[in-house]
Ligand binder design. Structure first.
Ligand SMILES: Nc1ncnc2c1ncn2[C@@H]1O[C@H](COP(=O)(O)OP(=O)(O)OP(=O)(O)O)[C@@H](O)[C@H]1O
Length: 671
């Protein structure tokens, strides 16, 4: 059986199902076993494979129950025109029981078996906990987070009368709009109750609005006691940090509060890497348990993008008294790295699940009255009566009303239907049917569907060219003068124009993937600009107006993975440079960075980017392009994330509507 499994791993690697890394890891383990067990290599390779696609562990029960669903292998790769028909996961795991697999793992020296979250002395590379097989490092990250959050989540003392007054001043008396619950007020209150909380909500549900009031609440309460709260704002990427800074600053400007409280609030958000003090070339950070951050409250935005490794480093670096608040949309795609931390913490949050303690506390300080549908008696006991109950539900408030997309908005409607995995309305829309009698015509104005198309067809080409027209015009316009200031101002306008329109792809390869579309759009762009400079027009050629995305952090240049720049003529020096918005946190730092293209080693053209890369960004007009054939990466989370990147206009390009309908019914499995 062992030889069979070794040959099987080779075959699955050949067809592109397993990575060479997965197979090498498995072989390494086998070499170290005195009595290698037949299934060890296979299971170790699959645990490593799951990690590569964002799952922290291999769930053995679901593997044996439904191997194809659990592994979600892509379409097999064909080499040199030979079609290899790989053995299916079903065939490999036929007649294998969970009991047998676990018994085999328990006997292996490469596996340590743990029954609870306590750390063991073992250094075995694999950890088996119940039905899940982990790579040790990731098991430790997960346990580290769990242990730390349990401590942070303990209830804290609050001056309730003072809190009641501050909340009343900031959010009004009670019962938000008419008979609706004021979830924003409840969210703000709930963060004060313990050292760990989550505010989750879809786009435009007022997370920033709430956070700004939370900042004011924390400062006001602290100042009333003669202190000052040390609050830090952070986000997983440079772009998300810049967006957080901008939206907090603008919301703060509109808020009428005491001047001294306002002045005590620092709206500058930094990346998590900068916060923890990244050490170039090393996995570790300057701040950790022995050198904790100087912070009383840490607020992390776009928390859905934080992977399990980064979250473990963050909680490790928090001082004992600190408070951690996570903001984000739990329904968005998780980070490409392993671990859907926010999604897992928020499992079940749609229905509240508050116990009587939480309800009583929240009602007392907010004056709101929480309906019974949001309560759950299963959480009454400190020992949870439901075995799968989520212990963090008491710490989560979900904002439920979009302030950006009203009932008339097609974007909001599309996002809601996709998130709810419902296809009936989508089918109507895809077929181009007129709005139903009870639907406003406005609903369909800002959403458009392009079907039966090919990348080189005129309809797709004009969609893209119209979308990029303003950007192209600004690139061609050149600065008002030769001064540094006017050149910077022009570059800022060019970058702003570029950020208004974006093509998003589900995949990188294939004719509807980012690689091919960037190649094609580059040719259109250089042909349209008609400049002598257009050269080959290939997507990696440094032509004027080429938009690029950084694909790897570059600490030397202070550029972050995901930063976008445009190749322009830097008029003060008369050189071609790539203009980026600066990541510098200092208030007096120049807003623009001009970098010589020769210094940029990890960049890609970015007329089209993957949905994963678009997380944390929004565009006025977003075009989501789906491939011709279904693939396992197409999930409702991916569609939801793509749709919710659109602020005013959304276009779906899907050559086959069935691909969309199948994807809506596929959910990411949490690892
Ligand atoms: N209670 C409220 N009353 C009035 N306006 C509100 C309220 N809540 C939010 N808004 C407004 O709605 C808009 C969206 O809110 P906000 O930016 O806070 O949402 P968000 O959840 O942070 O959005 P994003 O998904 O972009 O991060 C903002 O203009 C904000 O000022």
């Amino acid at each position: 059986m062992m030889e069979t499994n070794a040959a099987q791993l080779q075959q699955w690697q050949q067809v592109g199902w397993l990575r060479p890394l997965d197979v090498s890891f498995a072989n390494l383990l086998l070499e170290q076993e005195s009595e290698p067990s037949p299934w060890l290599a296979m299971l170790a390779a699959l645990a490593s494979y799951q990690l590569g696609r964002g799952q922290v562990s291999l769930n053995l029960a679901s593997l044996l129950q439904n191997p194809t669903f659990c592994l979600q292998f892509p379409r097999p790769r064909t080499a040199m025109n030979t079609v290899v028909e790989p053995t299916s996961p079903e065939a490999v795991f036929a007649n294998t029981s969970l009991h047998d697999v676990i018994a085999v793992l328990q006997k292996s020296r490469a596996v340590s078996v743990v029954h609870d979250s306590s750390e063991t002395d073992s250094t075995a590379p694999l950890v088996l906990q119940q039905e899940r097989l982990y790579l040790r490092r990731y098991w430790r990250y997960q346990q580290g987070i769990k242990t730390r959050l349990q401590v942070l989540a303990k209830q804290r003392e609050v001056n309730k009368p003072a809190l009641q007054q501050v909340l009343k001043d900031l959010f009004g008396n009670s019962a938000g709009d008419g008979d609706k619950l004021n979830w924003q007020k409840l969210a703000c209150a709930n963060t004060l109750r313990s050292g760990f909380s989550v505010i989750t909500g879809g786009p435009g549900t007022g997370k920033t609005y709430t956070v700004v009031r939370l900042l004011a609440t924390l400062q006001q309460l602290s100042m009333a006691e003669g202190g000052s709260e040390r609050i830090l704002l952070a986000a997983p990427t440079g772009k998300a940090a810049a967006r957080m800074t901008e939206s907090v600053r603008s919301e703060l400007n509109q808020l009428t509060i005491n001047d001294s409280v306002k002045q005590s609030i620092d709206a500058n958000a930094v990346t998590l890497h900068r916060l923890l003090g990244a050490k170039p070339g090393s996995r570790g950070f300057k701040h950790h348990a022995d050198n904790p951050l100087l912070v009383d409250t840490l607020i992390i935005d776009e928390a859905s993008m934080v992977d399990v490794e980064m979250m473990a480093f963050v909680v490790d670096a928090l001082p004992g008294h600190a408070r951690l608040i996570l903001l984000g949309d739990k329904d968005q795609l998780a980070s490409v790295e392993a671990g859907a931390v926010l999604g897992e913490l928020c499992a079940g949050a749609d229905t509240g699940g508050y116990n009587s303690n939480t309800v009583q506390w929240l009602e007392q300080v907010t004056g709101e009255s929480i309906p019974a549908v949001y309560t759950d008696s299963a959480f009454e006991l400190s020992a949870y009566t439901k075995p799968d109950a989520n212990p963090y539900l008491q710490h989560i408030v979900m904002l439920r009303e979009s302030r950006r997309f009203d009932g008339q908005s097609g974007i909001g409607k599309l996002a809601t239907e996709v998130n709810g995995m419902r296809t009936a309305w989508l089918q109507q829309w895809l077929q181009g049917n007129a709005p139903a009698a009870d639907e406003p015509a406005e609903l369909y104005r800002r959403i458009q569907y392009l079907s039966n198309t090919h990348p080189t067809d005129a309809d797709f080409r004009s969609l893209v060219q119209n979308g990029l027209a303003d950007f192209m015009a600004r690139v061609a316009k050149r600065p008002g003068g030769d001064s540094k200031a006017s050149c910077d101002q022009w570059a800022e306008q060019v970058l702003d124009a570029f950020s208004q329109f974006q093509v998003l792809c589900a995949v990188r390869d294939g004719e509807w993937g980012t690689k091919a579309l960037n190649e094609l759009i580059s040719q259109w762009a250089t042909a349209a600009s008609g400049s002598a400079d257009s050269g080959s027009g290939s997507s990696d050629h440094w032509y004027l107006g080429r938009p690029v995305m950084i694909t790897r952090n570059d600490y030397g240049l202070d550029l972050r993975n995901g930063d976008i720049g445009i190749m322009l003529l830097h008029t003060p020096t008369n050189t071609r440079r790539v203009a980026f918005l600066s990541n510098a946190a200092a208030a007096n730092a120049s807003k623009m960075r001009w970098v010589l293209p020769s210094r940029l080693t990890h960049v890609e053209t970015v007329y089209a980017m993957t949905v994963h890369k678009s997380q944390g960004s929004e565009f006025r007009h977003t075009v989501l392009v789906l491939p011709e054939h279904d693939t396992p990466v197409l999930t409702k989370e991916l569609l939801y994330t793509g749709i919710t990147r659109a602020r005013e206009q959304f276009t779906l390009v899907a050559p086959q509507s069935k691909v969309l309908l199948d994807a809506v019914q596929r959910q990411v499995e949490r690892g």
